[in-house]
Design a protein around this ligand. Structure first.
Ligand SMILES: Nc1ncnc2c1ncn2[C@@H]1O[C@H](COP(=O)(O)OP(=O)(O)OP(=O)(O)O)[C@@H](O)[C@H]1O
Ligand SMILES: [Mg+2]
Length: 638
């Protein structure tokens, strides 16, 4: 306890001047002429004197208001008396512009301006205790102080450690922004590494906490994980999915549920379907009751083959090509690779030899087979029984169990394609491209996902999905497919002991609004998923952490709804404006620092820090650093 005398001398030392103007939250203080040195000494302690970016206290009666110095300027003292014996320097008046941030309650800082100062109120520097109070970000939640996580220290004062509340940081949407090489991935790795250090191995954590890290560049998995996979995969806390669309496919695949797979929007995007015709075609294929009822049984598939051939031969369209039956059988014949449908080659050969198409007369076109008897498809004289049903029964063998779910979808689309064309619902020219793409895309998808309703991709707390070796068509879609699924599941589960954090490094890859190549469907799908998570996720315990080089490319809706921001160096004006436009927490000083922040230093603002601070993020062990060191070319040039 300081005695009254000490308090007086402390006040005298710390007093820097008086308020001379109050304009809303902005206050101007005239600095006393005795306070021009850069540090002060009191009782053996060094106290930093007035500087831009530091904090001051303004006393108003019993209230102690806290503000941040945003700038300083000088004017000439009109009342200065040339004739008296005084220093020429005293002619200058120093004026500080201060923006009010909050007030002190004891030693605790409270955010918000509940009162404004009056002219002539005295302004003080903060004591160490008060300064600690201002930088103490640990809030009480229902009366209990939040658990602490040390993340770094103040950039301007290396001794001042910055700790944040684990709940106020991790139960929030986090944004990490900054130019390339400014330290985003490092900050991201640091935050989650520290959290895991604190909680790994705890039963509740292992059971209830789930993190999904989408890693576009493979920075967060070590090079050797692919060959030496069991070393990392047996790690109790971590699953690694080094996805790949190259020849061999992924060593470990994502687990997708049936429900998520039967999403027509997903298929529309995957197959780059046009909105007007192709997308509705896909929707109707996936929801076709007739096909879906039959697709899972051997007999059902045989029926589908028969009914499609019947449609082609009896429901002849205006421009029907001669070899429509063969085209159909070619598509179905592709399912012999895993021996799901056999005998198609034989059936095709039979039809090419025996079945003739007559189209000479516009009004009378038909298929005909002469085999002792003559069977015409336009006359009901046993054509179906003898030419189709009997032959299919004779030659075709189906093993529907060996069809994978992806192939089943392909088969559904195949059947529906021929059905729609013969029925005249769609033109071949309009939907033909879909079949063209179907093969390659399904092959790709097959390398990345397996369909299983019993298991989940997120079986351990941290799940890292690397998309480095995934081709451009799948790169954006896979994260969406997965996020969409796990979010939907989380919503259904609605269990608030379960926590899910979706972490996306290089989020502009999927959240960018400006790409002209993408279709409206894609935008809607993404919007549905991520904007919904941002807006509603909190209620279901789902949080997003996004990191990006280009905040200006990410939709304002997303950026403005984030709760906590780590903003690294930003140089581009558009990015700075995007941040300015959407992040209301930032003050002028922090803003102006953005283009000149060193690597590893960032502005922390948001719910977990009641005032924005510029901090240096702690170093992490080399072993846990993201694999993204800037190369040093000259090392290899000798
Ligand atoms: N707090 C820090 N302490 C020490 N080194 C750091 C720190 N932050 C970043 N670095 C180093 O700076 C380099 C660039 O950091 P990082 O890869 O995280 O940048 P980035 O913003 O993710 O870049 P990009 O947008 O290109 O992915 C790395 O070599 C990293 O080791
Ligand atoms: Mg990075």
């Amino acid at each position: 306890m300081t005695n009254p005398n000490q308090q007086l001398s402390l006040d005298a030392l710390l007093s820097i001047g008086k308020v001379i103007s109050v304009k809303g939250r902005l206050v101007e203080v005239l600095v006393s002429k005795t306070k021009n040195s850069s540090i002060l000494l009191y009782d053996g302690q060094i106290i930093k004197n007035v500087s831009v970016g530091s904090y001051v206290k303004i006393g108003k009666g019993f209230e102690e208001l806290i503000g941040k110095i945003e700038g300083e300027y000088t004017t000439e003292d009109k009342a200065f008396n040339q004739k008296s014996y005084s220093n020429e320097r005293d002619k200058i008046k120093r004026i500080l512009s201060i923006s009010l941030l909050g007030y002190l309650q004891g030693d605790t800082f409270r955010q918000g301006v509940k009162e404004l100062p009056l002219i002539d109120n005295e302004c003080f520097l903060l004591t160490q205790n008060e300064l600690d109070g201002v930088h103490n970000f640990i809030k009480k939640i229902n009366g209990v102080p939040d658990l602490k996580l040390k993340i770094g220290h103040l950039a301007s004062e290396t001794g001042k450690v910055i700790e944040v509340g684990i709940n106020s940081l991790f139960a929030s949407h986090i944004g990490i922004f900054g130019n390339t090489g400014s330290g985003k991935s490092y900050t991201l790795a640091g935050l989650y590494h520290k959290l895991f250090e604190q909680y790994k191995g705890k039963a509740g954590f292992v059971q209830n906490a789930r993190f999904l890290l989408i890693d576009f560049n493979g920075e967060f998995i070590k090079e050797d994980t692919i060959e030496n996979s069991d070393k990392t995969i047996t790690d109790d806390n971590k699953n690694i999915f080094p996805l790949s669309t190259d020849r061999d496919g992924s060593s470990r695949k994502l687990i997708i549920s049936h429900h998520a797979l039967y999403n027509s929007t997903f298929w529309s995007i995957l197959l780059q379907a046009t909105e007007k015709t192709q997308a509705p075609f896909i929707t109707s294929a996936l929801s076709s009751k007739y096909i879906n009822e039959r697709i899972s049984s051997d007999q059902g598939i045989i029926e589908l083959i028969k009914s499609t051939i019947k449609l082609i031969t009896t429901n002849i369209t205006v421009n029907q090509e001669k070899n429509m039956v063969e085209s159909f059988l070619d598509e179905i014949g592709k399912f012999n690779v895993n021996r799901s449908i056999l005998g198609i080659t034989e059936l095709k050969q039979f039809y090419s030899e025996e079945l003739k198409f007559f189209a000479a007369r516009e009004d009378r076109r038909y298929y005909c087979m002469i085999n002792g008897f003559t069977y015409n498809s336009n006359q009901d004289d046993g054509f179906y029984e003898n030419v189709i049903s009997m032959k299919v029964n004779q030659l075709i063998r189906v093993d529907s169990n060996s069809l994978t779910d992806l192939q089943r979808i392909k088969l559904i689309i195949n059947f529906h394609y021929f059905y729609s064309i013969q029925k005249g619902h769609y033109q071949k020219e309009h939907i033909g491209h879909i079949l063209g793409r179907l093969d390659t895309r399904i092959k790709d998808l097959d390398k990345l996902v397996i369909v299983n309703d019993q298991e989940t991709t997120l079986s351990k707390p941290m799940n890292i999905v690397s998309l480095k070796d995934v081709n451009i068509h799948m790169r954006k879609l896979i994260p969406l497919l997965l996020c969409n699924q796990i979010y939907e599941e989380k919503k259904k589960e609605n269990d608030n002991s379960k926590y899910l954090n979706i972490i996306i490094d290089e989020a502009h890859n999927i959240l960018s609004t400006s790409s002209i190549r993408e279709s409206e469907t894609w935008k809607d799908y993404r919007l549905e998923t991520f904007e919904e998570i941002i807006k509603e996720g909190r209620k279901f315990g789902v949080f997003l952490t996004i990191s990006s080089q280009r905040p200006s490319d990410i939709s304002d809706t997303i950026i403005s709804q984030l709760h906590n921001y780590f903003i690294h160096r930003l140089i581009n004006n558009r990015d700075i404006q995007a941040v300015e436009r959407t992040i209301s927490y930032l003050d002028k000083v922090s803003f102006e620092a953005l283009p000149i922040l060193p690597t590893g230093t960032c502005v922390l603002a948001g719910l977990c820090a009641h005032i924005p601070v510029i901090i240096e993020i702690d170093k992490i062990d080399d072993e846990f650093e993201p694999r993204n060191k800037t190369i040093k070319p000259t090392d290899f040039w000798e």
